[in-house]
Ligand binder design. Structure first.
Ligand SMILES: Nc1ncnc2c1ncn2[C@@H]1O[C@H](COP(=O)(O)OP(=O)(O)OP(=O)(O)O)[C@@H](O)[C@H]1O
Ligand SMILES: [Mg+2]
Length: 239
């Protein structure tokens, strides 16, 4: 078991109590869910409240413009620009590059991340979402070869992140209507923990639910919890 000192508070209201005080430090955690389930909110909240706890944070997006992230956060009542001005938050748009052989260059991405992390001495990293960071360029390969390349790449990426002394929340989009946890089916095995967000039918509508699918080295709750997304707070789990 990890002591309190070896934990990082998640910033998600109600979550730390379910996992013994927070995520074990220095590893990578996956937040998996279908579209609209609250993955970006989770990632932003982890960083935003982290800054309030004193940790600088790096938010890496691939397909979304930083401007949109800032606008979405504003709608939740979070002023990201203030933290950006204070050098406590960095929002970066990464474009993965490919070598001539169409092999995705994990080292290049890792190098870029390292530079950004040291720029603000980030303790927290959010990659939202992780799949596009590996997707581009693999379309030209046959599916089996693509899967091999992607698996290898994700493995190198996650191992490298774990070396960087940073605690990472990566989001993964669950294809709607499937029982998968991620695009490539390997992210969940390589991550140290998986939090699942989902919708559940209730009367004539849906409610939001969260459960902890795995958290290595932690005696965590196995219950399913309802949560709401609240302006000013973000994700609030009802227990
Ligand atoms: N200010 C707000 N107050 C309450 N709920 C909000 C607010 N802003 C957004 N939401 C809710 O949060 C949802 C979006 O959540 P979020 O962007 O975190 O989901 P996501 O899983 O990242 O989705 P995507 O698949 O688009 O990446 C919205 O669809 C809306 O229901
Ligand atoms: Mg999102």
């Amino acid at each position: 078991m990890y002591s309190e000192k070896q934990r990082i508070q998640t910033g998600i209201y109600g979550l730390d109590a379910l996992i013994g005080g927070g995520f074990p430090l220095g590893r990578t955690y996956l937040v998996a869910g279908e579209t609209g389930t609250g993955k970006t909110t989770f990632a932003l909240q982890y960083l935003y409240r982290g800054i309030e706890y004193g940790d600088s944070g790096l938010y890496v997006t691939i397909d979304e413009r930083p401007k949109h992230i800032i606008e979405d956060a504003t709608s939740l009542g979070w002023d990201l620009e203030k933290f950006i001005d204070e050098n406590k938050l960095l929002i970066a748009e990464l474009t993965p590059l490919f070598s001539d052989t169409m092999k995705i260059d994990a080292e290049q991405v890792i190098g870029e991340l390292k530079g950004l992390i040291s720029e603000i001495e980030a303790k927290r990293l959010a990659i939202d979402p992780i799949a596009p960071l590996v997707l581009r360029g693999t379309e030209v390969l046959d599916p089996l070869a693509a899967q091999m390349v992607v698996r290898n790449y994700i493995r190198r990426l996650i191992f490298a992140l774990d070396e960087l002394n940073i605690t990472t929340v990566a989001t993964s989009e669950v294809p709607t209507g499937t029982r998968q946890l991620s695009r490539y089916g390997v992210e969940e095995f390589l991550a140290s923990g998986v939090i699942v967000l989902r919708f559940s039918r209730m009367n004539s509508g849906f409610v939001r639910e969260l459960y902890i699918r795995k958290l290595r080295g932690v005696n965590h709750s196995l219950s399913v919890y309802n949560f709401v997304i609240q302006r000013g707070k973000g994700i609030v789990i009802s227990t």
